[in-house]
Design a protein around this ligand. Structure first.
Ligand code: IMP
Ligand code: MG
Length: 188
């Protein structure tokens, strides 16, 4: 497999390059600029921004993003899972590893992609039980036409069509996460 080529095969499926490194860099930069500016007068080292990455998919986006965050912050991770193959199962399994006390904190949840939005709405429901001071969502990618209504996502890296994508943390049956760029499924 050639990671920089414009077409890649993963398991039984073929994907073509969809979002380049250059575009990813600008998504990361613009998102970080917005977050830095929105929180600069709100957070302090006594009351840092709590950034929570959703594993596994968010690891690359989160890693790039937090390097550009220049305000006091903490980085934490939790794990959830709802996907099987190229389709959501509709069942969001329990949140694993939510040990951080977020009551009265300013929180941003960082996701790789919002598809139906079910994962995020379940997460927000769970997190809000702890009465954070504020809670916002930051997603690298957002499938606008597919997402349930009324899900308020403050930071969207890029809205995309309803395509199955891999790379930059996103997987197809556990493979493709390591690609530095984002690829979309080619119709068979
Ligand atoms: P949702 O609950 O339908 O919004 O799905 C969210 C989760 O499903 C994301 O965190 C991803 O892990 C996974 N997912 C959604 N769309 C894709 C995709 O196109 N490629 C790979 N994983 C995806
Ligand atoms: Mg995910």
């Amino acid at each position: 497999m050639n990671f920089s080529s414009s077409v890649v095969k993963v398991h039984d499926l073929v994907f073509e390059k969809y979002i380049t490194q250059y575009e990813i860099d600008s998504i990361v930069n613009e998102t970080a600029i917005k977050i830095n500016s929105d929180y600069t007068n709100i957070v302090s080292s006594e009351n840092p921004l709590i950034i929570i990455g959703i594993l596994n998919g968010s690891f690359m986006f989160l890693s790039d993003l937090v390097k550009k965050i220049n305000i006091p912050s903490e980085v934490h991770f939790i794990k959830v899972s709802s996907y099987s193959g190229t389709k959501t199962t509709g069942n969001v399994v329990d949140v694993i590893g939510l040990t951080q006390d977020i009551s009265d904190k300013n929180v941003i949840i960082v996701e790789d992609i919002i598809d139906t939005g079910l994962t995020m709405s379940k997460l927000l429901e769970t997190f809000r039980l702890q009465n954070p001071k504020s809670i916002e969502v930051c997603a690298c990618l957002y499938k606008e036409t597919k997402c349930i209504p009324n899900l308020d996502i403050k930071y969207i890296g890029k809205s995309i069509e309803d395509k199955f994508v891999i790379g930059y943390g996103l997987d197809y049956n556990s493979q493709g996460r390591n690609f530095g760029e984002i690829y979309s499924l080619l119709p068979m």
